[in-house]
Design a protein around this ligand. Structure first.
Ligand SMILES: Nc1ncnc2c1ncn2[C@@H]1O[C@H](COP(=O)(O)OP(=O)(O)OP(=O)(O)O)[C@@H](O)[C@H]1O
Ligand SMILES: [Mg+2]
Length: 433
């Protein structure tokens, strides 16, 4: 308890504890002054209650020793007034009085005093009680200070948090807006992509149709050529029959033979028409087909044109190699590849022009390779030959759509693969399906 004096409330300079003694009897005052002499206290005095309250307001003592029986307002009333004022209400008050009855003590303590000392007092007891209450007072002050700092910091932190919170909310709102804008953009982008894809498909379909019509034009020329010979033959048979009939030499046997020959020729002609019709018809759904039959049908259709260029065509490979796709579109691709080979062989006037078809099975798919001996494709244009409108033939004879369509049909429509490479003597196209 002798640790007093300590730092004052602000904590940076020390002052001696100030004790205000209130008593109307000068003897009592000097007894207490003597008792406190050796202590580091500043002792102030007031002779009555009213001046005690006034002094307490401006001197702000650390402790008040208060007599009860005084002229004017008594100690209880003085204490009551001190406790009513904001500036003095926390100053600890110890009653010092000759009134020793319990009811006085209770009344004093109930009025806000922290302690009660009866006169005559023991010096040590007085010093001990003063020291305790000063210590408690200091601890209370420090606690209050700490509390205030804490409150301040909590307030600051709360303010900081409120700002951070507001910023966060703004950011969230910003992000939400950006997200919504992105979603809207995404949606419109998806729509635009879908429209573009649909438009592209439409264009592709149109191109495909044009390519088919072009191929059909060539095939019709080819058929016309193909039919010239059988038509001549039929005419010859009919003329021969007419001649024999006129000369009376037409036997029933001879007629049956000639008619059967004509029927065979007609069957062959009708077969070419069937093939042509099949080629013209667009496949509606994926189905399994025999690769070799389709290849032979294409050669049948392009045969006359190839033959007129003296181009030899061979087919090797098994018969029962099957693939799943659209056989007529597959045929369209093959016809494009065959005409390309034919064009090159004629353009470059290759001697002993040859186109070799080879059909084989590799793992779980079919491979049809078409090799020619036309000298191959210049390496620098290989990466472009499947591009739409890429041609080396000039506008009169090529549109540059043939291989683009072929790849689109095989890869996009049937999930297969169309590739090209040069061999020692020419180009080799491979259709894998
Ligand atoms: N067998 C081949 N040998 C050498 N070059 C070829 C061969 N096949 C194609 N090419 C080259 O590829 C180009 C593109 O062929 P594609 O079939 O796409 O168009 P095109 O034949 O020029 O015109 P289209 O077929 O539309 O009438 C050709 O112009 C040609 O230069
Ligand atoms: Mg072509």
């Amino acid at each position: 308890m002798s640790t007093y004096p300590r730092s004052n409330q602000s904590g940076n300079e020390t002052r001696k504890p100030v004790i205000l003694m209130v008593d109307d009897d000068p003897n009592n005052l000097s007894v207490v002054r003597d008792s406190l002499m050796e202590c580091e206290y500043t002792l102030l005095a007031a002779e009555d209650g009213e001046s005690a309250v006034e002094r307490a307001v401006y001197a702000q003592p650390d402790l008040i020793l208060l007599d009860i029986m005084m002229p004017g307002i008594d100690g209880f009333e003085t204490c009551h007034r001190l406790k009513l004022q904001e500036t003095t209400k926390d100053i600890p008050v110890i009653f010092m009085t000759a009134l020793a009855e319990t009811e006085h003590k209770v009344k004093g303590l109930a009025g806000g005093a922290v302690d009660y000392i009866t006169k005559p007092f023991q010096r040590e007891e007085l010093l001990a009680r003063i020291a305790i209450h000063l210590h408690i007072r200091e601890l209370t002050n420090r606690l209050q200070e700490a509390n205030e700092t804490l409150e301040l910091r909590v307030a600051e932190r709360t303010a900081d948090l409120a700002v951070a919170n507001r910023e966060l909310e703004e950011e969230i709102a910003g992000r939400q807006k950006a997200q919504e804008a992105l979603e809207a953009l995404n949606n419109s982008l998806e729509e635009r992509i879908a429209t573009s894809v649909a438009e592209l498909r439409q264009k592709d379909d149109l191109l495909m149709h044009q390519n088919r019509l072009a191929a059909m034009g060539e095939l019709l020329t080819s058929i016309a050529h193909q039919w010239r010979q059988p038509l001549n033959n039929i005419a010859a048979y009919i003329q021969a029959m007419q001649f024999l009939h006129k000369s009376g030499e037409l036997t029933a046997e001879e007629m049956d033979k000639d008619i059967s020959e004509v029927m065979d020729i007609l069957k062959y002609m009708s077969q070419t028409i069937d093939d042509f019709r099949k080629f013209y018809r667009k496949d509606q759904e994926l189905r399994e087909f025999d690769v070799r039959s389709v290849a032979e049908r294409c050669i049948g259709l392009t045969g006359p044109a190839l033959k007129s260029g003296n181009i030899q065509v061979t087919v090797q490979g098994d018969r029962d190699i099957r693939a799943t796709g659209y056989p007529n579109e597959y045929a369209q691709c093959l016809v494009n590849i065959l005409y390309n080979a034919m064009d090159i062989l004629l353009e470059r006037s290759v001697s002993a022009p040859l186109i070799e078809l080879h059909i084989q099975r590799q793992e779980n798919h079919s491979v049809l390779s078409v090799k020619d001996n036309g000298g191959g494709i210049a390496p620098e244009i290989i990466p472009h030959i499947f591009d739409p409108y890429f041609t080396t033939k000039g506008p009169a004879s090529g549109t540059g759509i043939g291989l683009y369509m072929a790849r689109t049909l095989i890869e996009r429509n049937m999930g297969g693969k169309l590739t090209v490479q040069n061999t020692d003597v020419g180009a080799e196209f491979r259709i894998e399906l």
